[in-house]
Design a protein around this ligand. Structure first.
Ligand SMILES: NC(=O)c1ccc[n+]([C@@H]2O[C@H](COP(=O)([O-])OP(=O)(O)OC[C@H]3O[C@@H](n4cnc5c(N)ncnc54)[C@H](O)[C@@H]3O)[C@@H](O)[C@H]2O)c1
Length: 364
């Protein structure tokens, strides 16, 4: 199969869909891999590294899309890419369709085969291609939150861990899945007082059994959220309802209850956000302030740490890329239930229920 790896053109997205080691796994199986010039540069991979493992380097994104039977990338296609996607071309990437009707319509029109990383699902309900990026974003949410709590950038001016004789900051984390758990781990490590909430008792039990004493688990309810936002310094949103828009757990009126300079990091922004006041931002201009509350809502947080993220992502996508290349998308999906769940839009038809529901559209 001919596989194309384009440069990511989304603002400040520095990851790449395949490492030279991934290319090696494909070329040794007689597949052809076309990598756009400098595609891996920001993740630490040179064109020569790709050439050494058998890739061919092409100058432009147009050439990549024109030659490839399958495109392997990182972020959802953005407007300039819509017209490059060919009928019957497999596009294997993150899509997050439920948060963009424009993207959904464009991919329906393209008649391509859209396999979304974020809905590939193992038998136990876990999302293997979302996990590593959630691990990165969860850990980063505390790093970013700590930074924006500093006074010069309009935060509360509080050090997450406090110092001897001065209490630490309070961190409220919504969702105890991958993002929430990793955020709690980092915040606890820095010495903050952490409250983490979920509606899934299994997740709360795991937190309770495995986290240090400065992490408290609590059931997620509007009442409990309203209680904790009053003195929280940093709030992290990491909830997910698979394939659907995130529930708005923090509403606009709640901001008035918070302390001025509170920082809210909405990691769930890619699914529409779990704060009512969330609107997506970029690494170039990551924050905005409403009612004296600092919002950090970058939709591609792992893009800022491409060295870590590219390796973490491609470690888990590569086995599926190899399957798709070896067997073709139809057989590969037929033979592999987790991959089949990744099918979102096939040749103009929505095949994933939550996406059809999000926009009140027909399903195939
Ligand atoms: N912004 C970014 O760069 C970035 C990066 C990675 C992941 N994400 C997003 O972060 C979100 C979380 O991902 P994840 O991997 O942790 O998902 P996950 O499925 O592991 O965890 C989500 C948790 O939310 C819980 N939840 C659902 N409804 C809730 C409610 N009302 N109150 C409290 N908890 C509730 C679920 O029970 C689950 O434990 C997703 O939207 C994901 O797409 C964003």
């Amino acid at each position: 199969m001919k596989i194309g790896v384009p440069i990511e053109i989304k603002n400040n997205e520095n990851r790449v869909g395949m490492t030279p080691s991934g290319v090696f796994e494909l070329t040794k199986r007689d597949h052809e891999v076309f990598v756009q010039k400098n595609a891996g540069f920001n993740s630490g991979f040179l064109d020569e590294d790709y050439i050494e493992t058998g890739a061919k380097i092409l100058d432009t994104i147009e050439e990549i899309y024109a030659i490839a039977e399958m495109i392997v990338k990182v972020k959802e296609p953005i407007e300039p890419e819509y017209k490059l996607i060919q009928p019957n071309q497999v596009v294997f990437t993150y899509f997050h369709f439920a948060s963009s009707e424009a993207l959904t319509n464009a991919m329906i029109e393209s008649k391509s085969i859209c396999i979304a990383y974020e809905t590939v699902e193992d038998a136990d309900g876990t999302l293997p291609l979302l996990i590593p990026m959630s691990e990165v974003a969860g850990r980063m949410s505390i790093q970013q939150g700590a930074k924006y709590l500093e006074k010069p950038i309009k935060g509360r001016g509080i050090l997450l861990g406090g110092v001897p004789g001065v209490p630490p900051a309070k961190v409220l984390i919504l969702g105890a899945g991958i993002v929430g758990y990793q955020a709690a781990k980092m915040a606890a490590g820095l010495g903050a007082h952490v409250v983490i909430m979920d509606i899934n008792m299994k997740a709360l039990r795991y937190v309770s059994d495995s986290m240090p004493n400065n992490v408290i688990s609590e059931f997620s309810s509007e009442y409990n959220i309203r209680k904790h936002i009053k003195d929280a310094d940093l709030i992290v949103g990491g909830v997910l309802i698979k394939g659907a828009k995130a529930p708005k757990l923090i509403t606009r009126d709640m901001l008035k209850e918070m302390q001025p300079g509170t920082v809210m990091v909405d990691v769930a922004v890619d699914q529409g956000g779990c704060f009512e006041t969330t609107k997506p931002t970029t690494h170039q201009d990551p924050t905005y302030i409403i009612d004296e509350v600092v919002h950090y809502t970058v939709a591609n947080m792992p893009g800022a740490v491409p060295y870590t993220s590219t390796m973490a992502l491609t470690n888990v996508t590569l086995p599926y890329v190899v399957k798709l290349a070896n067997e073709g998308w139809e057989k590969a999906c037929e033979n592999n239930a987790p991959l089949e769940k990744g099918l979102n839009i096939v040749k103009g038809e929505i095949v994933y229920k939550e996406i059809a529901e999000a926009f009140d559209m027909e399903m195939a």
